[in-house]
Design a protein around this ligand. Structure first.
Ligand SMILES: [Zn+2]
Length: 453
């Protein structure tokens, strides 16, 4: 829970139980429902110790994981100073790049139809198709903009002193320069230099390159064997299951896959284009890191291989928020570790703020229905965060979700898992629309002693 001082300055986030206690005794008031933020009524910023928190980001194409953490020094049994990292708040920001892409495609189709319908050809008077420097497609631009707006808000609610971000999925320079990757079992905890291992796992989708077997132990395999002059560079490495690895022996890939030509074509095609795809994927993240750097908080950029190494070493499963939590420098040999994982994830879904158009078109662009002039219907506007208390029926119970209004007053509620209609009389407003839908989901159960449950 985020905590603000009397004057609105951010203090250290607190545990939900502590927030309940403060609110119950009347020492604090609720500022926002999502993300849940309280303001202390009597305590100023000068009365509190504010060591500060770190914001950790794992940008992804569909969702970005965000973790608010703090770090404390502790001494290990050998007397060394190590760092304990605590996850305080976990947020999963779900992007809407797909919707934006389809909306842009639809708009292009309408325009194309209009052009051929009633315009004669006229040569363009000037080049109106130029794009400014740093232009990104709107669906990619949205990822950066929505992440930045959430980061700006979090910096208002929490004393953010550092931002750690996964800048590149894989450090292409490190992979290209990688000296060697010996063929050991890829499942064993990744030591330093795990960059290449994670890269191969992602490239070959965690399956054998020769037979497609997944969920089996995989070895790093030399396409052209070392005994026949094959190098250790990534362009000569694939993942293979143990039977394939042994069956191939010292044969080249052409000999080994001679009877499976389509498989051979796949393998050689994938080998020929390894690093360019990754570089393209990294572009959006690079722009994000540049944007974050303008906030005036130190930004540290890390690679995905390092994140995965940290996460595996702590026995954490893969999720957006856990990747964000494991992001950054962790000297595991010194004894650095993660000691707390937030139990709940706040899911923030980008929904947009509706449309200016007051008609809904059909798929050819002709008006299908008129939208009402007023956005507010029976006290609610589409996008508001509400609590619905349904007295009876299939959906009986208490729900928190996003409302979509109807002129009839039978508004539609959308939660993370369900969608149903309910009368405005059974609703209570929590927070006005801000372009996001909010929900909670459980983080994967995990404890330091037992690992994931
Ligand atoms: Zn195989």
């Amino acid at each position: 829970m985020f905590v603000l001082a009397k004057g609105g300055e951010p203090l250290m986030p607190c545990h939900p139980a502590r927030a309940r206690e403060l609110l119950g005794s009347g020492r604090a008031v609720v500022v926002r429902r999502a993300p849940f933020t309280i303001r202390l009524k009597h305590r100023g910023c000068a009365d509190s110790a504010v060591p500060g928190v770190q914001l950790r980001l794992d940008p992804g194409s569909k969702a970005t994981g965000i973790a608010v953490t703090d770090e404390r020094a502790r001494s290990t049994s050998t007397g060394q100073a190590a760092v304990e990292r605590r996850g305080l708040i976990a947020i999963e920001l779900r992007h809407r790049g797909r919707q934006i892409h389809s909306a842009m495609t639809r708009r292009a189709a309408y325009r194309r139809r209009r052009r051929s319908a009633n315009l004669r050809y006229r040569a363009p008077r000037r080049d109106n198709r130029s794009r400014p420097d740093g232009w990104l497609p709107p669906s990619l631009r949205h990822r950066i903009d929505s992440t930045m707006s959430l980061v700006a808000r979090l910096c208002r609610y929490a004393p953010v002193r550092e931002i750690h971000v996964e800048q590149v999925a894989f450090d292409t320079a490190a992979i290209a320069a990688s000296p060697s990757a010996d063929a050991r079992d890829i499942r064993e905890p990744a030591p330093a230099g795990s960059e290449i291992r994670e890269f191969l796992l992602a490239t070959w989708k965690r399956s054998c390159a020769y037979c497609g077997a997944a969920g089996v132990p995989l070895n790093i395999e030399h396409v052209r064997p070392r005994s026949r002059g094959g190098s250790d560079r990534v362009t000569n490495l694939v993942l293979a299951c143990i039977p394939c690895n042994q069956a191939k022996g010292t044969a080249t890939v052409d000999e080994f896959l001679a009877d499976r030509p389509d498989r051979l074509k796949n393998v050689t095609a994938q080998l020929r284009k390894p690093l360019h795809d990754v570089a393209a994927m990294n572009t959006t993240r690079l722009v994000l890191v540049k944007a974050l750097a303008t906030r005036g908080v130190p930004v540290h950029a890390w690679s995905g291989g390092r994140t995965a190494g940290n996460r595996l070493a702590m026995g954490l499963p893969k999720s957006h928020t856990l990747d964000a939590l494991a992001n950054g420098l962790m000297d595991r040999e010194r004894g650095d570790r993660i000691v707390r994982v937030p139990a709940q994830i706040l899911v923030v879904r980008s929904t947009g703020r509706g449309s200016y158009a007051r008609t809904t078109p059909d798929r050819y662009g002709f008006p299908r229905l008129q939208r009402p002039r007023r956005k507010v219907q029976h006290g609610y506007a589409t996008g508001d965060l509400v609590v619905a208390v349904v007295p009876r029926g299939k959906w009986a119970g208490k729900w928190v979700g996003r409302v979509a209004v109807r002129t009839s007053g039978q508004h539609r509620i959308t939660t993370l898992t369900s969608r149903f209609d309910v009368s405005y009389r059974n609703l209570r407003l929590l927070q006005r629309a801000d372009g996001h839908a909010y929900g909670f989901t459980e983080e994967i159960r995990w404890s330091e002693e037992t690992g994931p449950a």
